[in-house]
Design a binder for this molecule. Sequence first.
Ligand code: A2P
Length: 317
Amino acid sequence: MQYYQLANGDRIPAFGLGTWKSEPGKVYQAVQEALKIGYRHIDCAPIYRNEPEIGQGLKEALSSGIVKREELWITSKLWNNAHKEAEVIPALKQTLADLQLDYLDLFLIHWPVALKSEVILPETGSDLIPLTEIPLTETWKGMQGAKEAGLCRHIGVSNFSQQKLASLKQVSGQQPEVNQVESHPYLQQNELLAYCRSEGILITAYSPLGSNDRPEMLKKADEPSLLEHPLIQELSAKQNLTPAQLLIAWGINRGTVVIPKSVNPQRLKENFGASEIVLTEEVMRAIATLDRGYRFVDGSFWEMAGSPYTLANLWDN
Ligand code: A2P
């Protein structure tokens, strides 16, 4: 397993298990299976609505001795309806109770988007709160408080643009250690990656396989397939890899943490097998030509009549 070192010397596994879209009935098994295979990093979030089942899987694995807590890296995220400073610790405590853990290794602000406390997913524009009302700096203060309270070891953000990271830096002493964003050959995020590298912020790549199991309402009619792209197919066949393994290895070879989701034992094993593969510069260069700035998760679900959020102010482009 490859690791990246954080400022205090802690090491985060470069490869982890994604759990978005992992159904509660399947994720308990998947977590057990993954830990047996050798996975040591699990990426969670309360909005995935499966943390209690992941918690059961973790508890079982810890008590049966498959793995020790200190060998694990568990990430979870703050949902958008708990962005007020005083709401952060209670939300984290709920996640810890669900995951049956005393602390998280990493806690992230899930989106730079705020919702009313009683709203899980917005149905009308008035369910959303503008960032002028609950600034990200306020939420970040809550995150820092959670770390000081010992409830998480590291804090970071997700879906943050370079501009949002820079403005957080201006007003806050402590920068996020991680920014988790969508990244794969169609959305390489080279500028953001370079900025984060220069600021000592690690990038975690979500949807590294294109998240083909997204609910239909989050899909566009004409989406390009990543796993079936002819170049990905050709290069992976040449390297004796599967397309998914090539995509995972590509993400790790460019210095990002990669968190593919699977609940299938065969694919869990296949994906884990990609975590140590070193690709040649020639292969990396060939894959680099696929960049097209394409988001599978484009955030348009925050954009509705009366919402203060637009794709332009979400991604700052
Ligand atoms: P499954 O859970 O049945 O294995 P992402 O990580 O980009 O969100 O992608 C997750 C999707 O990719 C899921 O549909 C998952 O299905 C599928 N998937 C995971 N691993 C592989 C693999 N090795 N080959 C093909 N599809 C995969």
